[in-house]
Ligand binder design. Structure first.
Ligand SMILES: Cc1cc2nc3c(=O)[nH]c(=O)nc-3n(C[C@H](O)[C@H](O)[C@H](O)COP(=O)(O)OP(=O)(O)OC[C@H]3O[C@@H](n4cnc5c(N)ncnc54)[C@H](O)[C@@H]3O)c2cc1C
Length: 364
């Protein structure tokens, strides 16, 4: 989020300094799927931010092709009549079809994507607007681009230890003053703003996820793939899922899991994810849920799904008020705390960046 804000700010005549505590970004923005996920967004503010941000990603890709933006859509694979009912009612509920959703037969999926679906899959919900970037490279590539800009100073391996008034002190003891400070420390670093009283309803909490990636496969899977459980998770589908879907299977339910999968340019697959809410002590990964994602994908596609090679955890900060897509709170004069984009930070951060720039420009 901080990188996106810096990028948008640097287009004007501002002088921008980025502080990053690690040698290279390693937070939620690198540990995710890189999905720019329009399909499941709640109508209204959330969808507006997502569509706006998607346009910004395209603009960024023009300057930084290394982000590997792929506008190749997604397929949510439907394995029961109930899941199909959810998809049909969701499509009917949005006559303007703002998310570009379509139902495809299994033959249509093969004709369009050269993907054979397993026997149990009865149809697919296609979202033509879902897109992806390479999460391993995107933030680093944008930071590299900013490093080369004359009005941006990127300071890696520089931990901010305090923000008082409008000055920043780093772990090395350097202190510098700024006109405006935007604090985008993600799920970490809340202590930075702890000297300031936050209102009780600021509502930011954390979610930890298990993610996996596979060995390389020659099979090309161009769209992102989701399973029917994702309909329970994304707010646009949730009311219809609550009406039509029965109890979720025990294993995914006990881990708050759905299947999302996407292929990276090197042929490996990223598969996840499970959700553990407000559990900062969670550091152990259950093998059975890590293997579940690969097995679930294998059960939905007639394709070679390689073995899992890597497993990791990621944590994001989320706004606890479900209708608030993120939190932007002025903690002091000229100091704005921006966080809480939750599971949609890759999808909406570029729109948030524009809103933050407007906030800065509106200052007297
Ligand atoms: C596993 C996982 C999968 C996800 N998948 C998706 C997805 O596919 N699509 C989607 O839209 N969203 C996804 N999300 C959500 C998205 O990744 C996050 O919302 C987003 O990356 C949050 O960005 P951020 O900049 O707030 O936090 P971060 O990316 O964590 O960045 C915060 C940065 O601040 C730095 N920092 C912290 N404290 C200090 C300090 N004191 N001094 C200096 N630097 C500091 C950190 O080192 C870090 O680089 C996923 C999240 C996770 C965890």
């Amino acid at each position: 989020m901080g990188t996106a804000i810096a990028y948008q700010l640097s287009k004007g005549d501002a002088t921008v300094t980025i502080y990053e505590k690690d040698d290279a970004p390693a937070g939620a923005s690198v540990r995710n799927f890189g999905l720019v996920w329009i399909s499941g967004r709640r109508g209204g503010e959330e969808l507006r931010l997502a569509l706006h941000s998607r346009e910004n990603w395209k603009d960024v890709a023009g300057n930084v092709p290394e982000i590997s933006l792929r506008e190749s859509g997604s397929l949510t694979l439907l394995s029961s009549q109930s899941e199909l009912n959810v998809a049909e009612e969701a499509i009917e509920s949005d006559p303007a079809n703002q998310r570009d959703l379509h139902l495809l037969t299994t033959d249509e999926v093969y004709d369009k994507y050269q993907l054979r679906l397993a026997k149990g899959v009865i149809a697919a919900l296609e979202c033509g607007l879902d897109a992806m970037v390479d999460p391993r490279k995107a933030v680093g590539a944008v930071l590299q681009y900013l490093t080369d800009r004359p009005n941006v100073d990127v300071r890696l391996s520089t931990q901010v230890t305090s923000i008082i008034d409008r000055s920043i002190t780093t772990a090395r003891g350097d202190r510098e003053e700024f006109d405006v400070i935007i604090v985008t420390t993600g799920a970490a670093g809340v202590e930075l703003i702890s000297p300031y009283a936050l209102p009780d309803d600021i509502g930011v909490s954390t979610t930890t996820l298990v993610m996996t990636s596979s060995y390389h496969t020659e099979q090309v899977i161009s769209p992102a793939i989701a399973d029917g459980d994702s309909l329970r998770y994304y707010p646009f589908f949730q009311p219809f899922a609550a009406k039509h879907l029965g109890e979720q299977d025990h294993l995914p339910k006990s881990h708050g899991a759905q299947l999302l999968a996407r292929q990276l340019g090197d042929g490996t697959l990223i598969m996840g994810d499970s959700h553990y809410y407000d559990d900062p002590t969670r550091f152990k990964i259950d093998i059975e849920i890590a293997s579940y994602f690969r097995d679930r994908l294998d059960g939905l596609l007639e394709a070679e799904i390689p073995r899992i090679e890597k497993v990791w955890l990621g944590t994001y900060a989320r706004a606890t008020d479900p209708i608030r897509p993120y939190v932007a709170h002025p903690v002091a004069d000229g100091v704005l705390y921006v966080t809480g984009a939750g599971g949609m930070g890759m999808t909406i951060s570029w729109a948030i960046a524009d809103e933050v720039v407007s906030w800065i420009n509106a200052r007297p």
